[in-house]
Design a protein around this ligand. Structure first.
Ligand SMILES: NC(=O)c1ccc[n+]([C@@H]2O[C@H](COP(=O)([O-])OP(=O)(O)OC[C@H]3O[C@@H](n4cnc5c(N)ncnc54)[C@H](O)[C@@H]3O)[C@@H](O)[C@H]2O)c1
Length: 270
């Protein structure tokens, strides 16, 4: 039967792609799909979208190996608690967790299951993050100003994107603040903001039309600028990465939270 996969957010933009990918995958079987929208609609022959209210009993009946969540932050925290109670391994793509929500997830996962949690499953974005950190490190001695612009479709619910926040955190490690300490994240600018200081990283969110996802990091010095850009052309990039993550996490035994970078480093080493 292969890896038994359950998907939450099965009717959503990402969930639909993951469901399709799992159904087409030779070594995976879709055993459950949850969404409060479209309950009762057929996902595959003999498999209907189930209400998340029935997750506990369905987990007992179909014993998934891996639970995939692409929902929203509040829903994901509750779903993850149920999955960890049933010792189901996790792949979580949902973004927008508060520090408190992430702490709850860490607590639920600890000592229970391996979980791959990433705000972006695209392989390209994970290489983009490495390049972003590398450029920030190389430019740290030269006081370049670093800013991030992210663009997404009009329906995205959280801002800035989890991908942009991660890029900002990577840059922050290498951005000088006199006397130590972290630079401030400045979200957009408005009014009489005064001069920019060296101790800030600007983060700007564009929401328009059907943009799948675009991230630009600017490193601006005197008379020049370097830009590192990633453009997602379709959600296929995220879904393909999520499928790789399902396979990888299904083979992990040690509990704890893993990143896409952990997976990619292991795969790169062969
Ligand atoms: N990690 C990545 O690579 C990546 C890529 C794209 C989007 N995302 C994130 O994934 C999440 C979903 O994005 P989307 O564009 O598919 O959103 P969407 O709104 O299209 O889909 C979310 C779905 O979750 C459903 N849902 C709500 N509560 C639920 C629950 N308790 N159980 C099961 N399903 C529930 C909704 O009804 C909806 O169908 C967002 O947080 C987004 O930022 C992550």
């Amino acid at each position: 039967m292969g890896i038994k996969v359950a998907v939450a957010g099965a009717k959503g933009r990402m969930g639909t792609q993951v469901v399709r990918g799992v159904l087409e995958h030779k070594r995976m079987a879709l055993v459950a799909g949850f969404d409060p929208r479209g309950v009762g609609e057929e996902l595959a022959p003999g498999l209907k979208i189930a209400s998340p209210a029935h997750m506990e009993e369905i987990f007992k009946a179909v014993t998934p190996d891996v639970f995939v969540d692409f929902t929203n932050a509040a829903a994901a925290v509750e779903n993850i608690k149920i999955a960890t109670r049933h010792k189901v391994k996790l792949v979580v793509g949902t973004t927008g967790f508060s520090a408190q929500q992430f702490a709850e997830i860490e607590d639920a996962v600890k000592g229970k299951v391996p979980a791959l949690i990433s705000p972006n499953f695209s392989i390209g974005v994970n290489v983009f993050w490495r390049l972003v950190a590398e450029a920030a490190q190389q430019l740290r001695a030269y006081q370049y100003h670093m800013e991030i612009i992210e663009m997404h479709h009009a329906l995205k619910k959280d801002a800035p994107s989890g991908t942009a926040v991660k890029a900002a955190e990577l840059i922050a490690q290498y951005t000088g603040v006199e006397g130590g300490g972290r630079p401030a994240f400045v979200y957009g600018r408005k009014g009489i903001t005064g001069e920019r200081t060296d101790a800030e990283i600007g983060i700007h969110a564009v929401r328009a039309g059907d943009i799948v996802g675009e991230h630009t990091v600017l490193y601006v010095g005197k008379g020049e600028r370097l830009e590192i850009i990633h453009r997602a052309q379709s959600r296929e990039a995220f879904a393909q990465g999520a499928l790789k993550a399902i396979e990888w996490i299904s083979m992990k035994e040690r509990s704890g939270i893993y990143s896409m970078d952990d997976m990619m480093k292991e795969l790169e080493q062969g």
